[in-house]
Design a protein around this ligand. Structure first.
Ligand code: BGC
Length: 751
């Protein structure tokens, strides 16, 4: 008995000692901040330095001595990138890293449905989690300033309000999985030409009203745990070293408590990155040869050079502590969160989400004589165009993917047509870019065709004459100077002679529909002759099925353009005067002279009779809707609480469908320039045939404010406003007057 009691008391003591020794940072019953401080207090300077820079292409070390794990990042933003080698961009050759490609973010934005953004974030977050990635390098929220920007497809269009509404649920959806969203590219990375050094000169008001709201919403509404400072400069300093962007705005006004992770190779100077708010350095090009250091990663600005300055007392420990603290917080929120779910990869649910988002984002731009959906009498359809048969998930830069499967448009159409007893024949029409490789991922497609351009057209025309209907599927692709990272487009027109093919087809068969897969607007010289036009974006794994759903009417289109489709390049303000300083820049500077006049804010002003083919917010349906008279909660508003507008919407057709009710604010008299109207509320409503629902739009004081650079305050001037309500920026039949009763101001930090 004595012996037993002795053993028992020894055990109890040992257990007690073990429990007493459980460090706070490992105790997940403790608040994260306490754990962070505890972990930080145990770290040496060298360990703090280690966690703030890369150890491989996409990872940074943890603190092995303390059992704190590595951080693994992944692109983003449309699917989880396949693994590359430790220190090379080449494929690692893994066999478990193929993914579902979700629709590009332009397509997501075109759904105008925040529920789709949440579904998207949740789904891609699950894929990232399953692949054991802690940071998803996305979403992208740079503004569509010019249709030439090669990376527009990765962003959410031209409007700061639409972007802000869509980004927050994406971020929340990702982070539910214990995966950080890293919002990019902060800020003003609105072109790819000269992206690594171009110095953006933009006035403060435009910065706050147009270019920052998406990022602000991701941080303050979405609660983003990471952000990616961009390559370009702003006011002379690289974004990664930019105190106003990182310290004053992001970490000051927006109280961002996450990690600022440099774009790959975007850091340039130790003192500046150390002092001005960057937290982690990735992708720097150091050769490791002439520094006498053991490996290239030690040469990073935030590695040995920073450690040396800290040890010499030339830079303060408090900044290093702040960086390490943020990295620890990220690790506790992600990898060291034992309650996070396990995630899933290539699940049926993810394919279903991709198809659903794709279907909701496809925009029916034009549909004369109800050419679409395919009418019951149609027995034979000719499909023409390279994008009907080309995998578009490979290429385009860092968003390139290795998909588990990708349904091509022709295959999606064929499958559905077979079910409906419709014959599909195919003709190429033109040869674009047959390359199908990106950093070692190959599509395996052989798209060679030796026919001449004239022969290709002649063959397509012959087939068009024999078909009941023609569907042309073209657009841009992910090759250099198309929709691709690292270069901009050089032309607003469709490439590879597609205009000629379309003209010939519609001449041969007037029942021709044009479907374009692009991330950008483009010229449509044939528009008057073509009865139906569909904007299909890049849809990813489910491209073919989502397109077939819409073409055959199983999905009633409800997408709306997130950017203006103007007639000519010069209808976009940065190109209006052909001034190279405004785009793409001269001697290292690009000056945003157009100020607030981005997208519809400019075309509204310059229109005088229609210089857009399709306006921002435009998109048709196979059914029809009637908007009843909107009712406002009041005629006067003092800026307290929210102001509500109720709009009854009826589906007057015979198919279920969805409409997006949009509200734009116009300030009738202001002491400063204000765009003619600005989107400030919208809501998508799904309606059965004959059904009516009240759509409730809520606005608050922010909808009426401008940013005053002199006072640095958001400012509402009292007086008369109008709220314009309708279904696109060019179709706003209802107008509600509103009187703002008192002046209001608030700092950017009050959100
Ligand atoms: C891109 C980022 C990307 C990073 C890592 C950079 O070139 O600009 O968007 O996340 O590479 O691949």
């Amino acid at each position: 008995m004595k012996k037993f009691l002795f053993v028992l008391s020894t055990l109890v003591c040992a257990l007690g000692a073990m429990m007493a020794e459980t460090p706070v940072y490992l105790d997940d019953s403790k608040p994260v901040e306490e754990r962070v401080e505890d972990a930080l207090s145990r770290m040496t300077t060298a360990e703090k330095i280690a966690v703030i820079h890369a150890q491989s292409k996409f990872s940074s070390p943890g603190v092995p001595r303390l059992g704190i794990p590595e951080v693994w990042c992944t692109d983003g933003p449309h699917g989880i990138r396949p693994d590359v080698l430790w220190d090379k961009w080449k494929q690692a050759g893994a066999t478990n890293d193929s993914c579902v490609a979700f629709p590009a973010l332009t397509c997501l934005a075109a759904t105008w449905n925040p529920d789709m953004a949440l579904l998207y974030g949740q789904s891609i977050g699950e894929e990232a989690r399953y692949r054991n990635k802690n940071v998803l390098l996305g979403p992208g929220v740079n503004i569509y300033r010019t249709p030439l920007n090669g990376r527009n497809f990765e962003y959410m269009g031209e409007d700061p309000f639409l972007t802000s509404v869509m980004v927050a649920p994406y971020v929340r959806g990702v982070q539910k999985n214990g995966v950080a969203a890293c919002v990019k590219h902060y800020a003003l990375n609105n072109q790819e030409v000269y992206r690594d050094h171009v110095n953006v000169l933009v006035d403060d008001r435009t910065l706050h009203e147009i270019y920052l709201p998406g990022f602000k919403s991701a941080v303050t509404e979405g609660g983003a745990w990471a952000i990616m400072p961009a390559y370009n400069k702003y006011n002379g300093d690289h974004a990664c070293e930019n105190a106003p962007l990182l310290l004053d705005i992001l970490k000051g006004d927006w109280a961002f408590d996450g990690v600022a992770i440099s774009d790959w190779g975007a850091a340039h100077n130790t003192e500046k990155v150390a002092t001005n708010g960057l937290d982690m350095e990735f992708g720097t090009w150091t050769n490791g040869l002439n520094w006498g250091a053991s490996n290239a990663y030690d040469n990073y600005y935030l590695a040995k050079p920073y450690e040396k300055l800290i040890n010499e007392g030339k830079l303060p420990m408090k900044d290093l502590d702040d960086k390490a603290r943020r990295v620890l917080r990220l690790i506790f929120r992600t990898e060291m969160n034992r309650n996070r779910p396990y995630g899933s990869l290539n699940s049926d649910e993810h394919y279903a989400a991709a198809r659903r988002i794709g279907g909701e984002g496809i925009v029916l731009l034009k549909n004369d004589k109800n050419l679409l959906p395919v009418a019951p009498g149609v027995r034979k359809i000719l499909v023409v165009g390279e994008n009907a048969i080309k995998m578009l998930t490979v290429g385009g830069g860092s968003s390139s993917l290795k998909v588990q499967r990708e349904t091509l448009p022709l295959d999606g159409l064929r499958a559905k047509a077979a079910d409906k007893g419709v014959e599909i024949v195919y003709e190429r029409g033109y040869v674009g870019d047959i390359n199908g490789e990106y950093t070692g991922v190959t599509t395996g497609q052989d798209l060679k065709d030796s026919r001449s351009a004239d022969q290709l057209i002649a063959d397509a025309v012959k087939a068009a004459k024999e078909a009941d209907m023609v569907i042309f599927i073209g657009g841009l692709n992910k090759s250099k100077h198309q929709d691709a990272e690292g270069s901009d487009r050089t032309d607003f027109a469709l490439p590879y002679g597609q205009d000629k093919v379309i003209e010939a087809l519609v001449h041969a068969n007037p029942n021709t529909a044009v479907v374009t897969l692009t991330g950008n607007a483009y010229a449509m010289p044939w528009l008057d002759k073509v009865p139906a036009v569909v904007q299909g974006w890049y849809i990813g794994s489910e491209a073919g099925n989502a397109i077939a759903d819409v073409i055959f009417g199983d999905v009633n289109p409800s997408g709306k353009l997130p950017m203006t489709f103007a007639k000519k390049l010069t209808d976009y303000a940065p190109h209006a005067r052909g001034d190279s300083l405004v785009y793409p820049g001269v001697n290292g500077d690009v000056r945003y002279n157009e100020g607030l006049d981005v997208g519809y804010r400019y075309t509204d002003k310059a229109r005088k009779g229609g210089n857009v083919n399709f306006a921002f917010g435009h998109g048709l349906s196979y059914t029809t809707f009637r908007l009843g008279a909107p009712v406002a909660s009041a005629k006067e508003y003092d800026g307290e609480g929210t102001f509500t507008i109720t709009v009854p919407v009826t589906n007057t057709g015979d198919r279920a469908g969805a409409e997006v009710v949009q509200a734009y604010v116009r300030d009738l008299k202001s002491s400063v320039y204000r765009p003619l109207k600005e989107l400030k509320a919208f809501r998508k409503v799904h309606l059965a045939p004959g059904e009516t629902k009240d759509v409730i739009l809520q606005l608050d004081k922010r909808a009426f404010a401008f940013y005053d650079p002199a006072t640095k305050l958001w400012t509402v001037e009292p007086g008369k406003f109008e709220i314009l309500i309708g279904t696109s920026s060019a179709n706003l039949p209802a107008k509600l007057p509103l009187h703002l009763t008192r002046p209001l101001t608030w700092p950017d930090s009050a959100h």
